[in-house]
Design a protein around this ligand. Structure first.
Ligand code: ADP
Ligand code: MG
Length: 735
């Protein structure tokens, strides 16, 4: 009798246990039960799908079988024809021995192998097979589970191992409270595991899957509910607005009127910061919707109340730009303590990792003394030993680069928990917001400030003669009208990997490219075409400089590996209009704001994600000039084409975010690359399982309300702890 924590070595033959461990990291009974079939197949499946090169798994009957001796070699070979009733397929074994007794006419078996062609006929050479009489042990199965390959074990060996484990398992401990199971009409855990591995029908699979997805959603929501409950218990200093302070002075000199949305969000923030409970708010707003002004106003309110505010940016370029633009926006209000500065003025201080020792020391002093009311920085703000005089508000810009843990780390810099505002320009579908940002309240800025000109986007096929030159000429035309251009490339130099920040899509990173069980795992991945070298900043820069159509233009480069002061200088010159064309990596993706830039060319655009392209093009069309975005692409991948057409077809960021998420793997959505957390969802589909997530959230809230520490739900507490641990581990790993 076994439990989920029993090691597989106690259950399986050591050879098989080792395969599971080495190939898939499956060590315990529980691990194996969590190894879900990749799909299910009905025994009536037909052979019609067989094409050369495809990997098939099919139930078929042996129609005829002959052995004959071979001319060139010793021994006999077995040739047989198998049929599913509608189509026949030849199978061949070059050594008949051992097979001839089994594969006799009338025998039914599950066959697996890669289809090849011989004498113009399709055949399976040396397929794996399992006689149905063995496979089903006499039981009639309506569905055959197909597992992803484990070492060189055949899918049916995996099936046998899973069944053995299932048969010996006493009971899988139930984590979900009885009344929840009833109310939500969910299977108990043990039945669900059987439903997954030995189902009689797809309906049973669906039910089992629903239960497992619910469990995942529930555990996740419990962790979030506990977090919210803890946050609600926290107390902090209320930061009430101060009439006649910096904020009022700032408002009085704003060169534009705030949009209705900006006003409303501003009021929400003011109200929440005036409470003695820390604010936790997520602000999402389209690229260019004016989030920065909102942040600045909240930061000024914090300073008015006697505290400090920190703005955390994901890149040095962005931190430097925020520093520049916020300092400029504030004018003499940012010259506190300086001759000629406004009397009540404060100081805006920049702190990044690459600043010189001296500059950093001065910045630290300002921060510690409280002279710096507003501190802008990168991760350095978290990592270094920065101590604030009185940190009242933390603003995290472009949240998708930061995880919960980083927010926590910065919160830890304050004596009393600060208020937190998180801003993101990547629209987040509701369910994702509930899952990834489930501990925060959300505000959305949906309107763009008036006077924004629309961005037009076109896809440019690189291989069509004349189109590329036309693209560069277009840039020259814009520059001739006094405007500026961005050219974005996926990597820096020809020998470089894509820049770290870029979320480059490898050709096979889209969709599911994992093979089926069986020996030929790679069979479904298609033939590998050697990739064309990606455009690089250096090469494109050299080409543009040499291009007569762009003669006389000032063309410069920007990328993450330039020294900080150089990056800064380039951005400053570009902002000042001293550079016409900026060839860069995606370092300009987020937040860079140069209103005079009107055209953007993205090279190898098919390698970027949908949301990322949307972010990128948000850099143009900001200054009342119509924006133009040209997406250059050479490949002919269908998925890539769809992505680009989608981006060209709409400027609705929410729609694009949905498309983007649908094209990624679930893990990536929540996961490692961006949020650094929650990459371990196995069953739950955050986009499709909306109703389930909502139900789980409701249930989690009521469980936590009654039992905050889950003392009465030990198994649940275990699962929640395990989840939180995984997330923290993921955070630590990333550093
Ligand atoms: P994002 O939401 O992408 O961070 P920003 O805050 O950078 O957008 O704003 C984009 C541009 O719009 C900035 O140049 C900003 O000064 C300007 N802006 C912000 N709010 C308004 C407004 N209400 N009216 C006109 N322009 C505005
Ligand atoms: Mg911004």
């Amino acid at each position: 009798m076994y439990t989920e924590s029993t090691p597989l070595t106690k259950v399986l033959a050591s050879r098989e246990a080792k395969k599971f461990k080495d190939s898939r990291g499956i060590v315990t009974v529980g691990d194996l039960l969590a190894y879900w079939p990749r799909r299910y197949q009905s025994p009536e499946s037909n052979l019609a799908a067989a094409t050369v090169g495809s990997y098939i798994v099919a139930v078929a009957e042996v129609k005829s079988a002959t052995t004959r001796s071979m001319k060139a070699r010793r021994g006999t070979m077995l040739q047989a024809v198998i049929t599913d009733g509608s189509k026949d397929l030849e199978i061949t074994f070059f050594k008949a021995w051992g097979h001839e007794g089994k594969l006799v006419p009338g025998t039914k078996a599950l066959f697996a192998g890669k289809v090849s062609s011989f004498n113009n006929r399709l055949q399976l050479a040396h397929p794996g097979y399992s006689l149905l009489s063995d496979f089903d042990k006499g039981e009639r199965r309506d569905l055959i589970p197909i597992y992803k390959q484990v070492g060189n074990l055949h899918t049916w060996t995996v099936t046998e191992c899973v069944r053995m484990v299932l048969d010996l398992l006493v009971e899988s401990p139930e984590a979900i409270p009885e009344d929840v199971l009833d109310r939500r009409d969910l299977l108990d855990r043990t039945s669900a595991l059987r439903g997954i591995h030995t189902p009689q029908s797809l309906a049973e699979v669906a039910q089992a899957r629903r239960r497992m997805s619910y469990e995942e959603a529930f555990v996740l929501q419990l962790a979030l509910a506990q977090r919210r409950a803890r946050q609600a218990q926290e107390s902090t200093i209320a930061r009430a607005p101060r009439p006649g302070g910096l904020l009022d002075a700032f408002d009085a000199r704003l060169p534009f009127t705030l949009t209705a949305g900006q006003v409303e969000v501003g009021q929400t923030l003011a109200t929440e910061m005036a409470r003695a409970v820390p604010m936790h708010r997520l602000l999402q707003g389209e690229v260019g919707s004016g989030k920065t002004v909102i942040a600045v106003r909240a930061m000024l309110a914090a300073v008015d109340s006697g505290g400090q505010a920190a703005l955390l940016a994901p890149t040095e370029v962005l931190a430097a730009q925020h520093h520049r633009s916020i300092t400029a926006m504030l004018g003499d209000l940012a010259e506190g303590g300086m001759l000629g500065g406004a009397e009540m003025g404060t100081r805006v201080t920049l702190l990044t990792g690459s600043m010189s020792q001296g500059a950093r020391r001065r910045a630290m002093l300002d921060i510690t003394s409280g002279d710096a009311g507003i501190v802008i920085g990168t991760h350095a703000l978290i990592q270094e030993h920065v101590s604030f005089q009185d940190l009242a508000l933390v603003v995290v810009d472009e949240q998708h680069r930061f995880g919960v843990e980083q927010r926590d780390a910065l919160r830890g810099k304050a004596a009393q928990p600060p208020h937190v505002l998180v801003m993101t320009a990547t629209p987040i579908p509701r369910t994702v917001a509930m899952t990834v940002f489930g501990d925060m309240e959300t505000s959305t800025l949906s309107e763009l400030p008036a006077g924004r000109a629309p961005i037009t986007t076109h896809v440019v096929p690189e291989d069509k003669p004349g189109w590329m030159q036309r693209t560069w000429v277009r840039i020259a035309e814009e520059v001739a009208q006094g405007r500026q251009a961005y050219v974005v490339c996926p990597r820096i130099g020809d020998d470089d990997e894509p820049e770290e920040d870029a979320e480059i899509f490898a050709p096979d990173a889209v969709g599911d490219s994992d093979g089926d069980g069986g020996d030929d795992d790679g069979a479904e991945d298609g033939e590998a075409v050697p990739p064309r070298p990606l455009a690089s900043v250096r090469r494109v820069h050299a080409e543009l400089v040499a291009n007569p159509a762009l003669a006389g233009l000032r063309i410069e480069i920007l990328h993450g590996r330039l020294p900080a002061d150089e990056k800064d200088a380039v951005m400053r010159e570009f902002a000042a209009g001293q550079i016409d064309v900026l060839v860069s990596t995606t370092v300009i993706e987020v937040g860079v704001d140069v209103p005079n830039a009107s055209v953007m060319v993205v090279t190898d655009a098919d390698r970027f994600g949908v949301s990322q392209l949307h972010q990128l093009r948000g850099r143009v069309g900001r200054g009342g000039l119509p924006g133009l975005c040209l997406l250059v692409h050479a490949g002919d991948g269908e998925a890539a084409h769809e992505r680009l057409d989608a981006v060209a077809g709409t400027t609705d960021g929410f729609e694009l975010a949905r498309i983007d998420l649908r094209q990624r793997r679930e893990g990536d959505i929540l996961g490692s690359s961006q949020h650094g957390v929650r990459s371990q969802l196995q069953f739950l589909h955050v986009l499709e399982d909306e109703a389930l997530i909502e139900a789980a959230r409701e249930d989690a809230v009521s469980v936590v309300a009654e039992d905050p520490d889950l003392g009465a739900h030990p198994r649940l507490a275990e699962l929640v702890d395990a989840r939180v641990d995984t997330e923290q581990a993921a955070y630590l790993e990333r550093g």
